[in-house]
Structures are given as structure tokens and as C-alpha cells.
Design a protein around this ligand. Structure first.
Ligand code: VGL
Ligand code: ZN
Length: 199
């Protein structure tokens, strides 16, 4: 049995040009992601999936603006424009994403009071999404990651994946970052130090 899976992070309209939280060049990676999907034995997608009025939205905090930081009971939280609202067009996968072979879609960020960047744990770094257990039950020991955004959801997913004992790589050509105050360089260094294989 093949022991590896591809985890494609948040290739959703809101993270692509024209979307509510557009990542520069977010749509440009779709062909590269599709090639990885074609080569992969097992494909898992994540989907950022917030209720309206989510606590990570700046609009939920009077006087606060997107990209400012607040302290939540679970720690520091960057505030974002409203994005990936459940059932909205912005939350849909990019129309060019070849998703048909996907075996599992992990939705995250669906609890109003807590954000979830990682595919494995919510932002308290304690509440599991169930993905680690799912991979283990299926005998998967190696994961390859790609998607949006390099410095947030991809990075935190990769850090959690290594911490959970999975052999972890990220394919940088198939990722794009938001880059708030140098966060791409900082998170890339953190991933390298943690033992993520940067391809
Ligand atoms: C993401 C910010 C807020 C991401 C999701 O996919 O990297 N970033 N929600
Ligand atoms: Zn989000």
C-alpha cells in the first residue's frame, strides 16, 4: 500500500486574484497543483470554511482593520477581511482545480470563536481536526503539501505534520504567500528548522 498523500491547502476563490483575501499569483499555481494531483496516489484537500461573523474577521471587532492583530483566549490572531464564508462563491475551490480524485476534504475554521490555519489543529494548537488520526488509520506516513498561503495555512499545516511524525515536504513552486511583514521568509525558515523538506 502506498504510504504517501498529497494535501492541497485552500485553493479557493477568495485566495485568488479578485477574491476577498487574494494572494498575489494565487491562481498561477493551479496548473502545478493539478500536475501534483495527477501524480499523487492519495489526494486530500483543505477548505477554509468560516461562518458569517467569524472571530478572525476584522469586521467582527469594532474599530479594528484587516491585517491588525488581536489577542484571543488562545493567543495572537491576525484579523482578516471577511473570506471563505460557508456556502459562498469565495469559499468554492478555484474552478480550474482538478479535484475529482480527492478522497477527503478537510474543512477548517468552522467554529466562530477560533481560527484554524493548519489542516491538523485549530489555532489553539490543541483542538484536532481529525486529519492526523485519519492518515494514521490509513497507514499514511508521508505527506506532501502545496497551496495557499505559504506563510499561513501551508506553513502551519507542515509544522503540525512534522510534529505529528509524518515525513513532510512542501512543493514551493505550487505555493504562494500572503507575506505580512516578511512572514514568507520567517515561516520558510521555521519550516526548514523543524525538518520540513522544502522542494
Ligand atoms: C488563510 C488567512 C486566513 C490561508 C486562511 O489559507 O492561508 N489565511 N484564513
Ligand atoms: Zn480563514
Amino acid at each position: 500500500m502506498a504510504k504517501d498523500a498529497l494535501i492541497v491547502i485552500d485553493i479557493q476563490n477568495d485566495f485568488c486574484p479578485g477574491g476577498a483575501l487574494a494572494v498575489e499569483g494565487g491562481d498561477e499555481i493551479v496548473p502545478a497543483v493539478n500536475r501534483l494531483i495527477d501524480q499523487a496516489r492519495h489526494v486530500i484537500l483543505t477548505q477554509d470554511w468560516h461562518p458569517a461573523g467569524h472571530s478572525s474577521f476584522a469586521s467582527s471587532h469594532p474599530g479594528m482593520a484587516p491585517f491588525e492583530t488581536i489577542t484571543m483566549p488562545y493567543g495572537e490572531q491576525t484579523l482578516w477581511p471577511d473570506h471563505c464564508v460557508q456556502g459562498s462563491k469565495g469559499a468554492d475551490f478555484h474552478p480550474g482545480l482538478r479535484w475529482t480524485t480527492t478522497e477527503l476534504v478537510v474543512r477548517k475554521g468552522f467554529r466562530a470563536e477560533i481560527d484554524s490555519y493548519s489542516a491538523f489543529f485549530e489555532n489553539d494548537h490543541k483542538t484536532p481536526t481529525g486529519l492526523a488520526g485519519c492518515l494514521r488509520e490509513r497507514g499514511i506516513t508521508e505527506v506532501q503539501l502545496c497551496g495557499l498561503a505559504t506563510d499561513f495555512c501551508v506553513a502551519f499545516s507542515a509544522l503540525d505534520a512534522v510534529a505529528q511524525g509524518f515525513s513532510t515536504s512542501i512543493v514551493l513552486d505550487a505555493c504562494r504567500g500572503i507575506d505580512l511583514n516578511g512572514s514568507v521568509a520567517a515561516m520558510t525558515a521555521r519550516m526548514r528548522d523543524a525538518g520540513v523538506n522544502l522542494i
